[in-house]
Design a protein around this ligand. Structure first.
Ligand SMILES: [Fe+2]
Length: 438
C-alpha cells in the first residue's frame, strides 16, 4: 500500500481506496467538427452577441487554421479577437503577456469565452489565461510553493473550448497547464479541475498540416501517456482520503482508463508510421487524433509517471521538445525499469504492439516490447537515437539530471509503479543515452 502516494491529503482513513472518479470536458470529435464550434459554445451558455478570444500562434495563422475558426464564429454572429503570440513550451512571462493582452483588450473581467487553438503550448496558454482572469492576480500565485504562492484556484471562469492541431499532448482534456520558469530551469504545473477546459473539439482536418517530425514527436508523447497509464499502480493501492476533495488528480489506473489505454496503444502504434510518412491521409490522421485523445483520457487520469518525471529536467535544461524527450526516455524508463513491477502487464502491451508472444515468458515479452518500441522509433526516421543525439547529453550530465528529477518531480514519481531512487534514475538516464547505434 502506498501511503506516500497520497499526494495531496493530510488526512486519510486507514483503509484502501474504494472509489474512482473521472472528470472530462465535453468532447466533440470528427472531420469538420470545427463547423460545430459555435454550437458548442452556445451549448456552454455563451450569448448570441458574445465577444471571445482565440489563443493561438503565428504558424496557425499562416496556415489558415485561425482564419477558419474566426470566420466560422463571425458567421455565427460572435465577435472574436485573436492572440497569436503563444510561445512553444510557454514560460510564466509568456502566459502573463497573454493575460495582459486580455486585460487591455477586454478589461479585468476578460472575454465572454476563450478558444485555445494549436498544440499543447497554445492550449496551456489559453488555460492559464482563462483561470487567472477568473481568479485574479498572476500565474505565479497559483504555482506550487516554493516557486509560486500555491494558492488554490476557486473559479473556472468563462467558457473555454480547446482545439488541438497535433495528436499528442492531451492538453485538451487534462487538468494541468505547464509553464516554464527559465531562471530556475524548471517547469511547473498549475494543476486543478478549474484549469480544465469545458469542451474539446477535435477535428482531424486541422492535423494534416503537421509536418513529419512534429507528427512523430507528438505521437510518441501520446503513446507514452497510454503506456504509462496502462502500467501505473491501481487506484485501490492508495489510501482513501477522508475528504473526497483530497483525492489526487492522478489517482491510478481504473477499469475505465485501462480500456482507453488498450485502444490508444493499438491505434497509435499501428498508425504512426503512416501518419509520419503520408500525412495527408485523413483516415490515418483521424486514427491518430483518436488514439491521442484516448491515451490522454487514460494516462492523464491514471497518472503519468517516471518517464514524464525524467523528461521535465531534460526539457528545461536543453530546451528539447516534450514529445521527443518522452520518445528517447521511454525504452529505459517506462519499459525496461518498470517491467519488473508487473511483467504480465508489459506482456499485454507487447501484444497490443503486435508482438507474437507465443511461448515467451512475461519478461521475454516485455523485452520484445522494448525492441519493438525502438524499431517503431527508427522507422519514423525523424527521432533521435538517444539523449546523446537529442541534445549532446553525456555521462557527466546525468548526475545533475537525476538529482533534479528526484528533487522536483515527486508529484509524478509517486505515481510510478516501481519505487525509484536517485541512483536508479541515474542508471536509467545512462541507459537512455543510446537506444540504438547511430
Ligand atoms: Fe506528455
Amino acid at each position: 500500500m502506498g501511503y506516500e502516494r497520497s499526494v495531496s491529503a493530510p488526512n486519510h482513513e486507514l483503509s484502501t481506496e474504494t472509489v474512482w472518479h473521472v472528470t472530462m470536458p465535453e468532447i466533440r470529435f470528427g472531420r469538420d467538427s470545427t463547423d460545430e464550434l459555435a454550437f458548442q459554445l452556445r451549448d456552454l451558455g455563451v450569448d448570441d452577441d458574445a465577444h471571445g478570444l482565440v489563443v493561438t500562434d503565428e504558424t496557425l495563422v499562416d496556415i489558415g487554421h485561425a482564419d477558419r475558426v474566426t470566420e466560422h464564429l463571425e458567421a455565427a454572429g460572435l465577435s472574436v479577437d485573436v492572440y497569436d503570440e503563444s510561445e512553444r513550451e510557454p514560460s510564466v512571462e509568456a502566459a502573463e503577456r497573454c493575460i495582459e493582452y486580455v486585460r487591455e483588450s477586454a478589461g479585468e473581467a476578460g472575454y465572454d469565452f476563450y478558444v485555445g487553438l494549436g498544440g499543447g503550448s497554445c492550449m496551456d496558454t489559453a488555460k492559464v489565461a482563462r483561470a487567472v482572469i477568473a481568479n485574479g492576480g498572476s500565474p505565479l500565485d497559483y504555482i506550487a510553493e516554493p516557486t509560486g504562492d500555491g494558492k488554490a484556484l476557486t473559479e473556472s471562469g468563462d467558457p473555454l473550448v480547446l482545439m488541438p492541431t497535433t495528436a499528442g499532448t492531451g492538453a485538451e482534456i487534462s487538468p494541468v497547464a505547464i509553464l516554464s520558469v527559465p531562471e530556475k530551469e524548471i517547469k511547473e504545473g498549475i494543476s486543478s479541475n478549474h484549469v480544465r477546459a469545458d469542451a474539446a473539439v477535435l477535428d482531424p482536418t486541422l492535423t494534416t498540416t503537421l509536418p513529419p517530425d512534429l507528427t512523430a514527436k507528438t505521437a510518441m508523447d501520446a503513446l507514452g501517456h497510454a503506456i504509462e497509464g496502462y502500467t501505473t499502480h491501481e487506484y485501490d493501492s492508495l489510501l482513501r482520503p477522508t475528504d473526497p476533495a483530497d483525492r489526487p488528480v492522478y489517482a491510478g489506473r481504473t477499469p475505465l482508463t485501462e480500456m482507453f489505454s488498450e485502444k490508444a496503444i493499438d491505434l497509435l502504434s499501428n498508425n504512426v508510421r503512416a501518419a509520419v510518412h503520408n500525412g495527408d491521409d485523413l483516415e490515418t490522421r483521424e486514427n491518430m487524433l483518436q488514439g491521442a485523445l484516448f491515451g490522454a483520457i487514460a494516462g492523464l487520469t491514471a497518472g503519468a509517471s517516471l518517464c514524464h518525471a525524467m523528461a521535465y529536467p531534460v526539457g528545461n535544461r536543453y530546451h528539447t521538445k516534450h514529445g521527443e524527450t518522452i520518445a528517447v526516455l521511454t525504452p529505459a524508463s517506462t519499459i525496461d525499469y518498470n517491467a519488473a513491477s508487473d511483467p504480465g502487464r508489459f506482456a499485454d502491451v507487447a501484444e497490443m504492439f503486435g508482438v507474437d508472444t507465443t511461448g515467451m515468458t512475461d519478461r521475454e515479452a516485455a523485452d520484445a516490447l522494448q525492441s519493438q518500441y525502438v524499431q517503431l522509433q527508427q522507422d519514423q526516421n525523424v527521432l533521435p537515437s538517444g539523449l546523446a543525439e537529442l541534445a549532446d547529453i553525456t555521462e557527466e550530465d546525468v548526475d545533475w539530471l537525476a538529482r533534479q528529477t528526484v528533487e522536483t518531480q515527486q508529484r509524478l514519481l509517486r505515481c510510478n509503479p516501481r519505487p525509484v531512487t536517485e541512483d536508479d534514475v541515474r542508471d536509467i538516464f545512462l541507459d537512455a543515452l543510446h537506444n540504438w547505434e547511430d
